[in-house]
Ligand binder design. Structure first.
Ligand code: PBG
Length: 330
């Protein structure tokens, strides 16, 4: 006890602080989300996410090269198709926007880890994450018929050259269906990063502008998790995805769900754990920083550190490029 014990001794010298740091960030653990749309030399700024744009494949590959140079661990691609329909056909076509983008990316930066989001919401005209039906009497995503679509999407992405696929729809059985499809087509080596514990969150607002994927009716509460559900339900989601063959599991969003990240890390040691520092988490900081109310760099690094400390080894973040630069400066 004081005065014998003085924890400030661990803080008085910058070198002592540095020596006793446990949580380290590295750009190789960041994944940068990117939005691609058809066209040439096209850059469409995303108003709610300053610093991010929808890009045509030619500009997308420049960003990917930049990410590679900065040592960013990977990119995850979201496609915005020229045409949307009820089944999200563009995502299931070898000539669709995501297939084109992956081919361009692999050609421009062969060593870069290219991950693809497997979900229908960016590609459907109704904006939901699967086939809509009313078998429950509530007009919702029909679970089992959607599995076939997701499997077909994953195959298109794998054929185009994706290095990893990331199903994000919270459809029961999605990981198993994709694993089976990939294995049957010679892609048994491709890892699946599952959005295993994904909550129905208002923090996705800016992303839905970015991906033009806002549901045209209703909401996603019939498939994404209830924020107020017992934390143990997230563990069940993760466990099931692992049984179905997930290689990496994700908790999403990140900052409001650090308890879930912590619990998942403790419950599933040895399973690579990712967290998605989502659009709303980014936009709030950007907006406050623009007003001069907070320091973007410090808040972002502190947030990423907290996510890492909670137990996420992999962080999907819109700050991936900036943070890689900031870390290099330090
Ligand atoms: C669904 C998907 C979403 C995000 C990633 N994949 C949005 C949603 O569920 O509506 C959100 C990411 C973010 O907010 O940054 N394909």
């Amino acid at each position: 006890m004081f005065p014998t014990t003085r924890l400030r001794r661990l803080r008085y010298h910058p070198a002592v602080r540095e020596l006793t740091r446990e949580t380290r960030l590295s750009s190789s653990n960041f994944i940068l989300p990117l939005f691609v749309r058809p066209g040439k030399n096209l850059r469409e700024p995303i108003a709610a996410m300053p610093g991010h744009d929808q890009m045509s494949p030619d500009l997308l590959v420049e960003k990917i090269r930049e990410a590679a140079e900065l040592g960013v661990g990977g990119v995850i691609l979201f496609g915005i198709p020229a045409e949307k329909d009820a089944r999200g056909s563009d995502a299931m076509s070898d000539e669709g926007i995501i297939a084109q983008a992956v081919r361009a990316a692999k050609q421009a930066a062969p060593g870069m880890l290219i991950i693809t989001d497997v979900c229908c919401c960016e590609y459907t005209d109704h904006g939901h994450c699967g086939i809509i039906g009313d078998s429950t009497g509530r007009m919702d995503v029909e679970n089992d018929p959607t599995l076939e679509l997701l499997a077909r999407q994953a195959l298109v992405q794998a054929r185009a050259g994706a290095d990893m696929v990331a199903p994000s729809g919270m459809i029961d059985g999605m990981v198993g269906a994709i694993r089976e499809a990939l294995d049957g087509a010679g892609f048994s080596h491709l890892p699946i990063m599952s959005y295993a514990a994904k909550y129905a969150s208002a923090f996705y607002g800016p992303f839905r502008e970015a991906a033009e994927s806002a549901p045209q009716f209703g909401n996603r509460r019939g498939y994404q998790m209830d924020p107020a559900a017992a934390a143990g339900q997230a563990m069940r989601e993760i466990e099931l995805d692992l049984i179905e063959g997930a290689d990496i599991v994700m908790v999403k969003p990140a900052l409001p769900y650090l308890d879930i990240i912590r619990m998942a890390g403790e419950r599933f040691p040895g399973v690579p754990l990712a967290a998605y520092n989502v659009s709303g988490e980014y936009s709030m900081v950007k907006a406050a920083a623009e007003r001069g109310w907070i320091d973007e760099k410090q808040v972002a690094v502190e947030s990423l550190t907290a996510i890492r400390r909670a137990g996420a080894g992999i962080i999907l973040t819109y700050w991936a490029l900036d943070a890689a630069r900031w870390l290099a400066e330090i």
